[in-house]
Design a protein around this ligand. Structure first.
Ligand code: BGC
Length: 765
């Protein structure tokens, strides 16, 4: 009924006349062109500019210092295209009502939110999810989040975040899929498919927004919002693929990044937003800025608000998040002929098209069904999915004497500042997640262990004793509390507890807000008081299982020495406690692999697997003078990209190729036998890398080009087969063309980027 009446209103209000623009413009969808063209023909210039305005009324978590006043009035006046930070069916319905009953043209609003790793049901942080290397699962995580978010009124998510990151000092590495363009692209496309489905207008799908376009992960020194500067080749080859993958998957919107590119802020960069994104890549959606990014161009040094707003529009930015630069200045710029009406109309058209594709003109209330919200939000099946996603994002880094899995007998001392904690389980960017619904590790251990195990708990340490750091980590509420007991007392209690146990499980790490936005660190150690706790626990001589939570790779050489076994779990979301216990007790055999290299020390950063060789490579063996190396640390990371253990072991046989010379129109069949040589059934991520030995543009020592995640039973051998085509051998040449060149290649297969088996072949044209 609602749907029908809205259609009638739409036909009456919007009429049927064709505009000049609709005749010349074609999106390829005749119906949509007609509808949007008709609507545009009725809009005043002020109403068109109004659609370009995205506001937040405040009340949620804000990432800038600004919120918008008079939002209601602005909606009624037709000055708003969308809102974010409005949560829940009731509030969203009320705001939508204002737009569709009280504004002159009754254009529905977009409702966006930062659904980054789940909506109200919170999943592992994206960096953790990426360590599953399980692309169908990652797609499903976005699908489940879309289901829950649409049930609660939302039609737009500011995700996926696909910024390639090689610098763990940058706190936002937590939000992405790590350092590799191939894996990053696969994750990016999967998330877009998960959110948008095959039809954005379905009730359970919504519009995705790929961000932050572009190169935000390359902030100098890992300091958030900092400048980036890199060659075009570096952009094309390493940083762009995940954004492009989202575009190829049909992402509905893209968000600009805060940084500048080639000296021009991304938000005002016409080469980036128009020539590359639209003309070269064929992006059909709209571009929204990041939070007040237009206004921030003033501080970048690009001009005053009127100038930077005009520059952003001309560059290809369609929607202004929070800053109201468009609202305040575009009309004046139009009158002064600094911009054209066609530019405003085009931006407005793109936003109206998004609303059309979401089906909002047919039913602006389609996502505001209170019964559906009650049924779907925080439903049991979503919690179960959260637990599944969490177990699969854990990475086992060490397991001496097969200490893990834990036996379900005896006494376990569970120790550490994160062992009985709800405040940090969700990780960063969980704006809609209720931390109080989290399962602490202590609860999860008791749930999973059964009656045969005695679990004794002691906190052992604060997350940090540094009150200044704790204060910064507590900006969204208490994350790093300083206990009323002294650090010495916490430690001695923990040692006493440990002495009563057969095995120690120490849960340590960062507070959740020590990573994420505006949470860069120059020192990525575990806070010193926690390392001291591990030292004291190790001295007891009991087996020490370290479970570490963090939103970034940390420098953990000492902690790894102290541990008998080491499980890295990132931040796992609501089901953290249960999922960690599932892995510790062996209900799930860990299969995660790191998607960022772990450095020995901060001085090595950036350290990443797909680096160039240089003209003076160090090579294996001792450090040599006049070679590219350090006096005081290896060139290699402490833990390489792709690394992760299992409770079982996998043995790789030799790599076999079906030919040693491949024509460009042929496929190369790569076969490698992988045997489960241990005692447990387990999954292995078999990774294939290539190296192009001679090319017109020098190539990195390795590039990931394929992977398969396979389950192998104990004693079983599997022949893993990859078929490579010439596409896998291509690179960007000096003209930024995606080309292959004949010559010699090495193909490498292994369970991580360091330990690989090799075979050589030649490509002929
Ligand atoms: C972040 C974005 C986010 C936006 C809206 C910004 O500060 O950089 O990732 O989508 O705020 O909350």
């Amino acid at each position: 009924m609602k749907r029908l009446s809205w259609l009638i209103v739409a036909v009456i209000v919007f009429g049927c006349s064709q505009t000049k623009q609709a005749q010349t413009y074609s999106s390829g969808d005749v119906e949509m062109d007609r509808f949007v063209g008709d609507l545009l023909s009725k809009m005043t210039i002020e109403e068109k500019i109004g659609q370009l305005n995205l506001l937040t009324p405040g009340g949620g978590i804000l990432t800038g210092s600004v919120v918008n006043p008079d939002v209601e009035q602005k909606i009624k006046a037709g000055n708003v295209g969308g809102l974010f930070g409005v949560i829940g069916v009731d509030k969203i319905r009320k705001a939508q009502e204002l737009a569709v009953t009280q504004s002159r043209l009754k254009i529905p609003l977009l409702f966006g939110s930062d659904v980054i790793h789940g909506y109200k049901t919170t999943f592992p942080i994206p960096l953790g999810l990426s360590c599953s290397w399980d692309i169908p699962m990652i797609e499903r995580s976005a699908r489940v989040a879309a289901n829950e978010a649409t049930a609660d009124g939302l039609n737009w998510v500011f995700s996926p975040m696909v910024d390639i990151a090689r610098d763990p000092r940058w706190g936002r590495v937590a939000e992405g899929a790590g350092e590799d363009p191939y894996l990053g692209a696969a994750v990016s496309a999967a998330m877009v498919r998960g959110y948008q489905g095959t039809n954005m207008a379905a009730d359970t799908t919504l519009m995705a927004c790929v961000k932050h376009f572009a190169l935000y992960g390359a902030a100098e020194g890992g300091r958030d919002y900092n400048t980036t500067d890199m060659s075009r080749l570096q952009m094309y080859e390493y940083y762009f693929p995940p954004y492009k993958a989202a575009v190829d998957a049909g992402v509905g919107s893209a968000m600009t990044s805060f940084n500048e590119i080639d000296g021009i802020p991304a938000t005002g960069n016409r080469w980036l937003l128009t020539e590359l994104l639209r003309n070269q890549w064929g992006f059909k959606g709209f571009v929204v800025t990041d939070y007040t990014a237009i206004n921030e161009m003033i501080d970048h040094g690009s001009g005053d608000l009127q100038q930077v707003s005009a520059q952003a529009l001309r560059a290809g930015t369609d929607m202004d998040m929070v800053g109201e630069g468009f609202l305040k200045t575009l009309k004046k710029s139009l009158d002064e002929k600094a911009i054209t009406e066609a530019e405003i109309t085009l931006a407005c058209r793109r936003i109206l098209e998004a609303k059309y594709k979401l089906g909002l003109f047919q039913d602006p209330y389609k996502y505001t069904n209170a019964q559906r919200a009650t049924r779907e939000v925080l439903s049991a099946d979503k919690r179960a999915a959260a637990r599944e996603f969490a177990v699969r994002s854990s990475v086992l880094l060490k397991n001496t004497n097969q200490t893990l899995p834990l036996k379900k007998t005896g006494t376990i001392a569970l120790i550490g500042p994160l062992a009985n904690d709800k405040n940090n389980m969700l990780g960063t960017w969980a704006v809609s997640g209720d931390k109080d619904l989290s399962i602490p590790v202590l609860t999860g251990m008791k749930n999973v262990a059964g009656a045969g195990v005695n679990i004794i708990y002691s906190k052992g340490a604060n997350i940090t004793d540094d009150t200044a750091l704790a204060k910064k980590a507590n900006v969204f509420g208490e994350r790093a509390s300083i206990d009323s007991l002294s650090p010495a007392r916490l430690l001695s209690d923990a040692v006493a507890t440990a002495n009563r146990a057969d095995v120690i499980v120490a849960v340590v790490g960062e507070a959740s807000e020590m990573s994420g936005e505006a949470a860069s660190r120059s020192d990525i150690n575990l806070p010193g008081n926690q390392t001291a706790l591990l030292e004291a626990l190790a001295k007891t001589g009991k087996p020490l299982v370290v479970v570490m939570m963090s939103g970034r790779p940390l420098t953990i050489t000492r902690e790894m020495q102290l541990a008998t076994s080491f499980l890295h779990v990132w931040f796992q979301g609501h089901e953290a406690g249960n999922a960690i216990a599932d892995v510790l007790f062996g209900n799930y055999n860990p299969s995660g692999k790191l998607t960022m290299s772990f450095p020995y020390n901060v001085g090595q950063i950036p350290v990443y697997y797909n680096h160039k060789n240089t003209g003076r490579p160090q090579g294996p063996g001792p450090t040599q003078k006049f070679r590219s190396n350090y006096l005081d640390v290896s060139n290699d990371p402490f833990l390489p990209f792709g690394f992760g253990l299992s409770y079982t072991t996998f043995t790789y046989g030799d790599v076999r190729l079906d030919k040693t010379t491949m024509q460009a129109n042929e496929q190369l069949r790569v076969t490698v036998p992988v045997t489960n040589s241990g005692r447990f059934a387990g999954e292995e991520v078999v990774q294939l890398y290539i190296h192009d030995k001679v090319a017109s543009v020098t190539q990195p020592v390795k590039k990931l080009k394929a992977f398969q995640k396979i389950m192998i039973r104990p004693g079983e051998s599997r022949e893993v087969v990859f078929n490579l085509s010439v596409e896998d051998l291509k690179f960007y040449n000096s003209e930024f063309k995606w080309v292959s060149e004949p010559g010699e290649f090495t193909v490498m297969v292994g369970g991580n980027s360091r330990d690989v088996k090799r075979a050589d072949f030649t490509l002929r044209n």
